[in-house]
Design a protein around this ligand. Structure first.
Ligand code: BGC
Length: 722
């Protein structure tokens, strides 16, 4: 796929440039194919090629490295041209995670071919010239140092051994500068710092413009929040998140090989007017598919926070957070957030790429890494985290109707099930690492510092295991694998029986009293059917007793509102959703959040940050609540995979007088919602031509819905449930 050799430099520079001239004679089309161990960008005759950043992207490099293709026809001239490739450490060669590990232990190198009308003109080899760059140093976490005044010394190119069977074409849209945000406010902090506020927590970089008379070094630091008005970076942990530019005269400056998670920028070295500074929002360039709007400005802000949480964490891979020394593809986080993400944006190819990394890094014994691509060297069978291998493909299949999500991952799913079975005793999961109901607040009284919830870990693992088994059984059926379908259906039935025997008393009482335990037992149909009502009532009471505040963690939260709403307690679900007391979703909004926080108590009511080292203000996991709003409140629901059949079921939520949503499904656009008008409610629905749609209004029988726009006016119902 590439003819060139992988070329690095002998001197081991942190960033370097490789260069080569080539002749073009009457070519119709000139392309460059390239990739790197590290991150890179190309220039032809001094002009940057394309608008992608952080190429070749992050994959499980031992097994997969993407190759990019660029059409450079417009950039080349007849006769002599120069191709330069600038390479930085990136994910492949730079330090990663809190302990600065270099997991891949690779020497930075680049490989490129130039082709004219399909014929190779030139490709990388030891005869290219190498030198230092104006980028002196760059790292994903630490930021970038550019010096346009420094001498750029020549370096020595060397060939770097590389197994080319890992090369594949780029799988999804690249990271781009997707939008630009102006400075909202210039602040002089109590500590005397000059700080620019962009009004929005983002992932990206800043662009700075200097004038002709400027000479010196500008240093930029990045933060998500101010504490007591001061610039606060403690939650970035060891990530330096610092860019610096040394320059003389007029320039437009921004880094190439790094990104930051920030809302605030601290500038040293000059006092620049606000219009010289812009935030560049950078993430994978995805197509938006969902919209949602209500009459409530605070709720709309929450929705925007979920959107921005996704934007800030879909930077080539789905990450936990974009700011601290982490930014890893945590499997549990995306398992929680995947369906919401798929409502918001078309994430098909983005997730295909990530699932490939997940499979690449699955261990021979079937265990699943906690992060993909794996750089922690840590794989196990944790509930929710490791169930990503079954649940994420299943969710994507349901959203897009694309069977390849199941066929691509089927073997990996089965291997994982076998690994989990090895962690069992008497048919129930009883061993192995568990994050449990991560960051739930229900254990606080006993262990205030604990990141773990109170719900029994292996109970959760067994619940999620039953979900994984049912996914494998259903996937087997869809893929026409009859034997496997039977096998996994039997496993599912027998596992369910064992769970019921172990976790429910004879009269049907659940052995655990946490909200999370009750919610998942209901949502995943673990509760014996005849005890469902009783358990739902117990859950409802439990939530009311907690003042409708959210205390659940990464496992309970994504399913809690469904467990309530789907079992007769829709109003309680809405109260939880709209509660603005601490802890809860709207509490964060009231505290000024512009993205979703990692913890319910990332900021405590006194405005102080959680002192724990692990505290991010841009973590999408709890943003998973938005799928509930699309599906159960606005009422846009797939009744069959890929929205071939659609149920439109708007359901007024007390506290939101108007909700309207749209979703651009693979079958076309679906809109739904309602608006209270006096003593009436107007429901609306829109479905595309080629779907079979059903409308269900509160308290009414389903009716068929034809293509096009519809409205239905009904008298408002009196409050039923308290
Ligand atoms: C990450 C997560 C992740 C968790 C695992 C944290 O450091 O930020 O969101 O899922 O560890 O427990």
């Amino acid at each position: 796929m590439l003819k060139g050799k992988f070329i690095g430099v002998k001197e081991g520079a942190n960033v370097f440039v490789l260069e080569r001239t080539f002749e073009v004679r009457q070519a119709k089309k000139v392309i460059v194919r390239a990739t790197a161990q590290g991150v890179y960008f190309l220039q032809i005759n001094g002009k940057r090629v394309g608008d992608a950043f952080l190429a070749p992207g992050w994959t499980s490099y031992q097994k997969t490295l993407q190759v990019q293709e660029y059409d450079v026809t417009e950039l080349v001239q007849e006769g002599e041209n120069t191709l330069s490739v600038t390479v930085g450490e990136g994910w492949c060669c730079g330090p990663l995670a809190w302990d600065s590990r270099r997991y891949y232990e690779r020497q930075m190198s680049v490989c490129a071919d130039v082709l004219a009308d399909g014929k190779l003109l030139v490709c990388t080899d030891e005869n290219w010239t190498a030198r230092e760059s104006y980028i002196r140093k760059s790292g994903i976490y630490d930021g970038e140092t550019q010096d346009f005044t420094a001498e750029r010394k020549p370096l020595t190119p060397v060939a770097v051994p590389f197994r080319k069977n890992t090369l594949i074409p780029q799988m999804c849209a690249p990271v781009r500068t997707v939008c630009r945000l102006p400075v909202k406010e210039v602040i002089r902090t109590p500590e005397g710092d000059l700080v620019y506020d962009f009004g929005q927590n983002i992932a990206g970089v800043a662009e700075i413009r200097t004038d002709a008379d400027f000479s010196g070094t500008l240093t930029l630091r990045f933060a998500e929040i101010l504490v007591k008005g001061n610039f606060y970076t403690e939650n970035l942990r060891s990530a330096k998140a610092t860019d610096s530019f040394t320059v003389q005269g007029e320039a437009v400056l921004s880094p190439e090989f790094t990104f930051h998670g920030f809302r605030y920028l601290k500038l040293e070295g000059a006092e620049l007017p606000a219009d010289k500074i812009t935030a560049l929002v950078r993430h994978t360039d995805l197509v938006r598919t969902g919209t949602l709007e209500t009459d409530d400005a605070r709720f709309n802000r929450l929705y925007q926070n979920v959107i921005w949480g996704q934007r800030g964490n879909f930077v080539d891979i789905p990450t936990d957070c974009p700011q601290r020394d982490e930014r890893l593809g945590w499997t549990g986080d995306i398992n929680a957030f995947c369906r919401t993400a798929a409502y918001n944006y078309d994430i098909r190819s983005f997730m295909k790429k990530w699932l490939r990394s997940l499979r690449d890094d699955q261990r021979e014994d079937g265990t699943i890494p906690h992060v993909a691509p794996d750089i922690l060297g840590w794989a196990d069978t944790d509930a929710m985290w490791c169930d990503a291998v079954t649940m994420v493909p299943w969710t994507l299949y349901e959203m897009y109707g694309d069977l390849s999500f199941l066929s691509d991952n089927f073997a990996a799913m089965k291997k994982f099930i076998a690994a989990r079975e090895r962690a069992m005793e008497d048919g129930l999961v009883a061993r192995g690492h568990e994050f449990g109901d991560w960051l739930a607040l229900d254990k606080e009284v006993m262990e205030p510092e604990s990141p773990f919830g109170r719900t029994d870990n292996y109970f959760l693992s067994n619940v999620l295991h039953s979900m994984s088994l049912s996914v494998v059984a259903r996937a087997a059926k869809l893929l026409g694998k009859e034997k496997a379908e039977k096998k996994y259906s039997r496993k599912y039935e027998s596992h369910l029986k064992k769970m019921r025997r172990e976790y429910f008393t004879r009269s049907g009482r659940l052995a655990f009293d946490t909200i999370t335990a009750q919610a998942v037992a209901l949502h995943f149909n673990i509760v014996p059917e005849k005890q469902r009502e009783k358990l739902a009532a117990a859950l409802n009471e439990n939530v009311l007793r907690h003042g409708c505040r959210v205390t659940t963690g990464f496992i309970g939260t994504p399913f809690l509102l469904y467990a309530l709403a789907d079992n007769g307690y829709f109003d309680t679900a809405c109260k939880l959703l709209l509660n603005n007391e601490y802890p809860g979703w709207l509490y964060e909004v009231d505290m000024g959040a512009t993205t979703i926080w990692e913890r319910w108590n990332s900021l405590t009511p006194d405005g102080m940050p959680n002192p724990d080292g692990m505290n991010s203000y841009n973590h999408y996991a709890y943003g998973s609540v938005m799928e509930f709003v699309y599906r159960r409140i606005a009422g846009i629901e797939a009744a069959s995979a890929g929205f071939e059949k659609v149920t439109v079921r708007p359901c007024p939520c007390k506290g939101l007088a108007r909700v309207s949503a749209s979703y651009d499904s693979v079958r076309g656009k679906i809109c739904a919602g309602y608006e209270e008008k006096g003593d009436e409610i107007v429901y609306f629905a829109e479905v595309p031509e080629n779907v079979e749609a059903q409308l269900i209004l509160p308290g009414e029988e389903p009716v068929a819905l034809s293509a096009g726009k519809h409205t239905f006016v009904r008298k408002r119902q009196e409050e039923t449930q308290e």
